[in-house]
Design a protein around this ligand. Sequence first.
Ligand code: IPE
Ligand code: IPE
Ligand code: MG
Length: 253
Amino acid sequence: MSMKIPFFNYKQSKESFRYMEGHTPEHIAIIMDGNGRWARKRGLPRVAGHKEGISAVVKIVKAAVKCKVKILTLYTFSTENWKRPKTEVDVILRLPKEFLQVYLPELISNNVRIEAIGDMGKLPAHTREAIQYAIDRTRDNDGLQLNFALNYGSRNEILHAIKEMYADINEAKLSLDELDEQKFSKYLYTEGLPEPDLLIRTGGEKRLSNFLLWQLAYTEFWFTDVLWPDFSEKEFLHALEEYRQRKRRYGGI
Ligand code: IPE
Ligand code: IPE
Ligand code: MG
C-alpha cells in the first residue's frame, strides 16, 4: 500500500483505510483481452497474439511487484473459450507451461506466490501439472500472489459453490439459518482472497464476460482500448493513478 498518503493514520483499522482515497489497490483483477485483434492487425495468426500476450504478463507482474500490489488475478481462459477452434484452445492451454518454464525461477526470486482459480479438473493434464508444480514451489512465498483464472467462469463457480454448500447442509456441517454472504464466499474458488479493488479490461470491450460476478460487486472498473499485447507498465500505472482519484462509498455517503 502506498505510504504517500498525507492523511494516512497508522492507527486506523484496515477496513476504514479501504474507504480512504489515495492508496494502491490491494487486489487487481485483469481481463487480458485483444490478443487476436493484435495479431490480425499485423497479418499474423491469432495464436501469435496469445504468445505475444505473455510479454505483457511479464511486464505487468513486474510492475505489480514494484507497486507492492498484494494480489493480481489474471483472466487467462474462460469456461466459454472452449467454443474457439481446437487449435487455438490448444495453444492457449500450453501457454501457462511455456510461461512458467521460462519465468518460474524469476518469480520465485521475486517472492511471488502462484495460485489458480477455476474448474481445473477439466484442463489438459500438462496445463494442470505445470500450474500445480508452480503452486507447490511458491507456496511459502509471501510477496505478490499471482492468480491465474483458468477454465474460470463465474456462473460455473457459483453453481459449484451451491453444490458444495448443499452437501455441507445435508451433512449438517452448515445450517441454512447461519448462511450469510461471508460463509457463502468461502465456497467460491476465491476463498480467502479479498475482493478485487480494481478491475482492468484491455481490448476495448466493456463487459465482464463471466468474470468474478460475485466478487466485483464493489470493485472499481477501468477500461482501455489498448490491446493486451501492447499493455505496458505506463498504462498499468495510469490505471492505478485513476484508481487513487476514485471515492469508494460502498453504499454509504
Ligand atoms: C484474450 O484475447 C485472450 C483469451 C481470451 C484467451 P482474445 O483472444 O479474446 O483476443 P480478441 O478479443 O479476439 O482480440
Ligand atoms: C474474456 O475475453 C476471457 C479472457 C480474457 C480469458 P473473451 O474475448 O473471451 O470475451 P468476449 O467473448 O469478448 O466476451
Ligand atoms: Mg476477446
